[in-house]
Design a protein around this ligand. Structure first.
Ligand code: ARG
Length: 461
């Protein structure tokens, strides 16, 4: 029954309202496999310290292995009276082994160091899984870039036409942002490489147990340096919530563009039927629900981060029960991304771009005006003057409803003595794109280099 972990000094069990508030098995059960691995490691350490005989060690290890199998196949689960995953698994072990043997395992550990360690283990696995899904989305972007290595599109700032760029350049830009998110997940994984197990409730253990041995058994590089910090800090959970929220925000920016690109007005891209939805009333509709859910869920992940930080902000050292609130936000953020990322990857991989339309619109909005100004600079004109002259060209074109390349030789001469007819050479989308050939730029040769670098980076990330 609940209270079994601390019955000694209590005359009664917990009230129903306390029990209902306290219970966490509905969300901390994700830690069960990690709890059992840690219990096996703890068994070895107790034995090493002379606190278990060989037989007791073997009996406990057999019991833990059997319980782990039952947890894995679902035949053992939390009971209504179990407060949390740790209590439930101790009950399960005692049911198998009896209280004398099953009850030995709790020596020298506390749920405080247990849960801090298990959460780190869970987080490390979760960010590795998530990083692989992010890499799949980058792969989808790369496959579209491979399909359209030379397609031009209007590059935008302020959502206004700015300068023509390659579609591949634009898609890869999302890829680089997502690659940094993968890097952040790797950083977190490395920073979480210290085990709090052995910290006890806060002060460490008096039983001669070796935290380094448990750490090694559980795949950590080392034990934490400070047992108070080890049991009471949750910055790594908050960091995970941030990395996950940042990833969701980066995905959301891509999603927003998909929403815009698939509108009738833009018509830059069409979604594959398997990755779009219809309307229950409007027969013609084809909706980008994946992109919208990705965009919407990013708000939820930001909320998970904000909630966790708010939980942490007033907590004195060391452990406080508030910390139980650490799990739901990060578990939810991982779960949401595990839905969003494969759907986004499939949607991106199967999108069809109208590259003819995108290329036709690339020079619209006078997006080659900068090329006029830069041509003038190459002619020796100061940029301040060149900018004025190119701006005047735009003004004349706008008044007459024509494009820059439609200005006559006389128009050009009237606008500025520097504007020789030769300037028309730069009023060409492919030429403008090819001319931006410094590192990072939109010239096809540079974009291909970037693509190869991104592909290599994501493959080794
Ligand atoms: N379930 C708790 C948590 O998730 C761990 C238990 C610690 N409880 C305690 N009273 N010290 O944080």
């Amino acid at each position: 029954t609940q209270g079994a972990l601390w019955g000694g000094r209590f005359a009664s069990g917990p009230s129903d309202a306390l029990a209902a508030l306290s219970v966490s098995t509905h969300f901390d059960w994700v830690l069960a496999p990690y709890d059992l691995r840690a219990s096996a490691a703890h068994t070895l350490v107790l034995h090493r310290a002379g606190l278990l005989t060989d037989d007791q060690r073997d009996g406990l290890l057999t019991g833990i292995a059997g319980l782990a199998a039952d947890v894995a196949d679902g035949s053992f689960g939390p009971a209504p009276d179990d407060e949390d995953v740790h209590a439930a698994l101790e009950r399960g072990l005692i049911e198998r082994l009896g209280p004398d043997l099953g009850g030995r395992l709790r020596a020298g550990r506390s749920r405080n160091d247990q849960v801090a360690t298990l959460l780190r283990m869970w987080l490390r696995d979760a960010v590795r899984r998530t990083a692989a899904l992010v890499a799949d989305l980058v792969d989808a972007l790369l496959s579209q870039a491979d399909t359209h290595p030379l397609a031009a599109m209007p590059g935008r700032t302020h959502l206004q036409h700015a300068q023509p760029v390659l579609l591949a350049h634009h898609l890869q830009a999302h890829g680089w942002a997502l690659l940094r998110d993968v890097g952040r997940m790797r950083d977190l994984d490395a920073r979480a490489d210290a085990s709090p197990y052995g910290s006890g409730a806060l002060a460490g253990t008096s039983l001669g147990l070796d935290p380094a041995l448990v750490a090694a058994e559980l795949g950590f590089a080392r034990p934490v340096e400070n047992s108070i910090d080890g049991t009471s800090s949750r910055d790594l959970a908050a960091e995970a919530a941030w990395v996950l929220a940042m990833t969701a925000v980066d995905v959301s920016r891509l999603a927003e563009e998909v929403v815009v690109w698939t509108t009738h007005e833009f018509s830059f891209a069409r979604l594959d039927d398997a990755w779009a939805t219809g309307s229950s009333i409007m027969p013609q509709k084809k909706n980008p629900d994946i992109a919208e859910l990705a965009r919407g869920k990013s708000g939820r992940l930001i909320g998970n981060l904000a909630g966790l930080l708010a939980t942490l902000k007033g907590l004195p050292l060391a452990y406080n029960r508030d910390l139980q609130e650490d799990k739901e936000p990060v578990v939810d953020s991982v779960a949401q991304l595990s839905l969003v990322l494969p759907a986004m990857a499939g949607m991106v991989a199967t999108m069809r771009f109208d590259t003819a339309r995108m290329a036709a619109l690339a020079p619209a909005g006078f997006s080659l005006a900068t090329d006029v100004a830069e041509w003038l600079v190459r002619e020796g004109v100061p940029f301040r003057v060149a900018h004025e002259v190119a701006g005047a060209c735009v003004q004349v074109c706008e008044q007459r409803g024509i494009e820059l390349h439609e200005l006559t030789d006389d128009d050009l001469a009237a606008l500025s003595p520097h504007l020789r007819p030769d300037v028309r050479r730069v009023l060409d989308v492919d030429g403008a794109i090819a001319s931006r050939d410094a590192v990072g730029g939109t010239a096809p040769v540079r974009v291909q280099e970037q693509r190869e670098a991104l592909r290599a980076a994501v493959a080794e990330a």
